[in-house]
Design a protein around this ligand. Structure first.
Ligand SMILES: [Zn+2]
Length: 343
């Protein structure tokens, strides 16, 4: 099969197209023909050596595929030709601490596309317990389900599971025109939240209007003052923070007293300095959100199927030049929506 291998950490020249063997499956695995593989900012960080990555490895953790082979001990409900979406990691189903709802922080978690082969390939073998069946994709194209777990599922976990947001509350979305931000606007609107979208690009601000955020802020360096103006001086209940270090200080200043930062991404791995008193005096909190669990993946699939979330993406083919170029575009923040490899 064709695959892109990451030979070592470093620049995009380490992503190399190769002909490799189709993976073998064990008793508990299924073999998937990859229908779509999302390219994530995390892939860029992994390539640059910021994640626990073991090259040579096939990158890619955002997977939707069709089952072509089923192991002997895979439950009957998984059959050939089924469309399935995957979690982005493999957890240990026998570890009592990794119960459903917390499997995302299983200590023996293995990251797909980093510590073992991922989906920049025509086929991938995966254990059945990390998969969720998509019985009916509805009007959403099958390849779009590749980012159900990593993008939509994470937003479900952030707002619903961790934030416990309720209808009528307010949320600021940083990086609103990015691959996560555009979908964050839609998930937040689906939950009945008042959405303020912040972006640095006036051109992209025009494009996000169709997702109906209640307000759009186009900013250069600061946005907190404008957020306060839009919220009667109070600030927002939540910030979906997908940018991280570069916007976090302004995000904290945008919170109302008791408000929460839901930290789902960080583009800058260097240390971050902050005034801790700010958190204490206003009882603000910063909550890390580590991707999604199976129940959130199920809800993400539902949001896509019912059309509450319209996926924004473009597709590329599985070849070295396209994948290298996609990494470069994502690294400089130039993509409107997500990029999906369609092998
Ligand atoms: Zn991802």
């Amino acid at each position: 099969m064709r695959a892109i291998i990451m030979n070592s950490v470093g620049g995009v020249e380490n992503l190399v197209e190769k002909e490799v063997e189709i993976p073998k499956i064990s008793n508990e695995d299924v073999l998937l023909k990859v229908v779509g593989c999302g390219i994530c900012y995390r892939d860029v960080l992994a390539r640059k050596g910021f994640m626990r990555v073991r090259p040579p490895v096939i990158p890619g953790h955002e997977i939707v595929g069709r089952i072509v082979e089923v192991g002997d001990r895979v439950p009957q409900n998984f059959k050939k030709n089924d469309l399935v979406a995957s979690l982005i990691y493999i957890y240990d189903p026998k570890d009592p601490k990794c119960v459903e709802g917390r499997e995302n922080i299983c200590r023996s978690r293995v990251s797909i596309g980093e510590e073992r082969d991922g989906c920049y390939a025509e086929y991938i073998s995966l254990p059945h317990w990390i998969l969720v069946k998509i019985d009916d994709p509805g009007e959403t194209p099958p390849e779009a389900y590749s980012f159900a777990a990593c993008v939509i599922g994470t937003l479900v976990r952030a707002l619903k599971t961790i934030g416990k947001a309720v209808r009528g509350e307010s949320v600021l979305i940083t990086g609103a025109s990015g691959g996560i931000g555009i979908h964050a606007i839609q998930v937040a609107k689906a939950y009945g939240l008042k959405v303020i979208a912040a972006t640095r690009s006036s051109e992209k601000a025009e494009k996000i209007k169709i997702f109906n955020p209640d307000h759009i802020i186009v900013y250069k360096d600061r946005f907190s003052e404008e957020v306060r103006k839009l919220t009667d001086g109070e600030g927002v209940d939540y910030v979906i923070e997908s940018v991280g270090g570069p916007t976090l200080t302004e995000s904290i200043r945008s919170l109302r007293w008791g408000g929460k930062i839901l930290l789902i991404g960080n583009v800058d791995p260097s240390p971050y300095q902050m005034m801790l008193g700010h958190l204490i005096l206003r009882e603000n909190s910063i909550l890390g959100v580590m991707n999604s669990c199976k129940h959130e993946l199920r809800e993400a699939i539902d949001l896509l199927r019912k059309g509450f979330v319209k996926p924004v993406y473009k597709t590329i083919s599985l070849d070295q030049d396209s994948v290298r170029e996609a990494h470069q575009i994502i690294e400089r923040g130039g993509s409107f929506g997500r990029i999906i490899i369609k092998p």
